[in-house]
Ligand binder design. Structure first.
Ligand SMILES: C[S@@+](CC[C@H](N)C(=O)[O-])C[C@H]1O[C@@H](n2cnc3c(N)ncnc32)[C@H](O)[C@@H]1O
Length: 262
C-alpha cells in the first residue's frame, strides 16, 4: 500500500481539495433510494460519508435519524455550512470499525472502495453487526478494477458476492441503472439484507409440519414473499435460534416465513 489510509491521510485530502470522488450533491442512485423510503423514523448510518450530501438530502426529506460518519470531521464543516439545521449530535467522527450502534439502513457510497481491500471481510462483518434484524446495507459499488495500490480500489460483483453472502441472508448485486454519467456501466447496486427477527410459530402448526414430514406427504408452501414452493419435508431443525424446514430439493425455509401449507 502506497499510503497509510488513516485519518491524517483523508483529512489532508480534504484540506488540499483533492477529493475527486466528491459529486457536489447526492448520488442519483442513493437519492432515488431515499425517495422511495416511507418511514422517516428509520435509523440510517452513512459511513465514510465525506461531505455527506446523501445525509443532507435525507435530512431535507424529513428523515429524523440520519447519522453520517467519517474518520475526519473536516468534511462535516461544509455540511453544516450548507445545512445548518442538520443535527450536530448526529455527526459521528471516528473509525467505522470501532463504531457500535444499531441501524435499520446503512448507505454505501464510495466508502468500500476507499478501504484497503484486505479490510473487505471485516467491512462486511461489521456492517452486518451494525444492522438491526431485517436491516439493509444498500448502495453502489464499483464493478471495474481501478487501482491496486491506492483508493479507489475496484473489483467486480462476482468477487463481492461471496463476501456478502457469507454474512447476509439475502444479497443482490445488480447493474446500477441510474448511476451518474461518468460512472454509468461501472457500478452495481448492492442490497444485502440481514436476517429478520424470528417470530416463534404456533405449536399446532409445528405439529402439522412434523406430521407431513413423517408421512413424507408432498406439500405446497406459500411464503410471506408471495412465492409458493412444493416438495416433501425432509427435516425440521433449529439454526441460530431460528426454526427451519428442509425440502427434498435441498431448499431451506424459515418456519415463520410460511403463511400457508396445503
Ligand atoms: C472516497 S471518500 C468518499 C466520501 C463520500 N462517501 C463521497 O462519496 O463523497 C472516502 C471517505 O471515507 C472516509 N473513511 C476512510 N476510512 C474510514 C474509516 N475507517 N472509518 C470512517 N470513515 C473512513 C474518508 O475520510 C473519506 O471521507
Amino acid at each position: 500500500m502506497a499510503a497509510e489510509l488513516d485519518a491524517a491521510y483523508w483529512q489532508q485530502r480534504y484540506i488540499d481539495s483533492d477529493a475527486p470522488w466528491d459529486l457536489g450533491g447526492p448520488s442519483t442512485p442513493l437519492a432515488a433510494y431515499l425517495d422511495g423510503l416511507k418511514d422517516r423514523d428509520l435509523r440510517i448510518l452513512i459511513p465514510g460519508a465525506g461531505r455527506a450530501y446523501e445525509a443532507e438530502y435525507a435530512h431535507r426529506l424529513g428523515f429524523k435519524n440520519v447519522y453520517p460518519m467519517d474518520l475526519t470531521g473536516a468534511p462535516f464543516d461544509e455540511l453544516l455550512e450548507r445545512c445548518p439545521s442538520f443535527p450536530q449530535e448526529h455527526l459521528l467522527v471516528g473509525d467505522f470499525f470501532e463504531h457500535e450502534g444499531s441501524y435499520d439502513i446503512i448507505l454505501e457510497q464510495t466508502f468500500f472502495c476507499a478501504l484497503d481491500p484486505a479490510l473487505r471481510e471485516r467491512y462486511v462483518a461489521h456492517m452486518h453487526a451494525l444492522l438491526n434484524p431485517g436491516g439493509k446495507l444498500v448502495g453502489v459499488l464499483f464493478n471495474i478494477p481501478l487501482n491496486a495500490d491506492r483508493p479507489p480500489f475496484g473489483g467486480s460483483a462476482s468477487e463481492y458476492a461471496p463476501l456478502f453472502r457469507k454474512h447476509f441472508h439475502e444479497v443482490s448485486l445488480e447493474p446500477c441503472r441510474n448511476s451518474i454519467t461518468p460512472r454509468a456501466g461501472n457500478e452495481v447496486w448492492l442490497c444485502a439484507v440481514k436476517e429478520k427477527a424470528y417470530t416463534p410459530i404456533d405449536c399446532n402448526l409445528y405439529d402439522r409440519y412434523e406430521a407431513a414430514a413423517t408421512l413424507k406427504r408432498p406439500v405446497v408452501l406459500t411464503l410471506d414473499s408471495g412465492a409458493t414452493v412444493q416438495g416433501v419435508i425432509m427435516d425440521l431443525f433449529i439454526r441460530d435460534r431460528i426454526e427451519w424446514l428442509r425440502l427434498n430439493s435441498g431448499e431451506e425455509i424459515r418456519l415463520d416465513g410460511i403463511v400457508r401449507m396445503e
